[in-house]
Design a binder for this molecule. Sequence first.
Ligand SMILES: [Zn+2]
Length: 105
Amino acid sequence: MDHITQCEVCHKADAVGVGALPGVPLSVAFCQRCLSANVCPWWVAVAQTALIGGLDHARPEWIEMVENTIEHLGMTRIEFDKAVTEITQMIKNPDSQGGEEEKRK
Ligand SMILES: [Zn+2]
């Protein structure tokens, strides 16, 4: 097998292996740098936090991973919270994507 997978966290480096994430039924390809940083892909951090119901309900290990991920990817907590809010609204109200007009038809 000489196929090299790209890191699913930073999308910059080649992955060195695939690891499981704590509490998430998903395996992700990591490069060495991301593996040692204890981070996860941005969308996983956002989606999982939304499913939990926000970071206020998350376990300390998950909060740590999210904070690591935000810093590692050069994002901000504000951007993260905004993304979580958007996903949370989609989960709670899946029809809202079509807009109010669609619903009244
Ligand atoms: Zn990486």
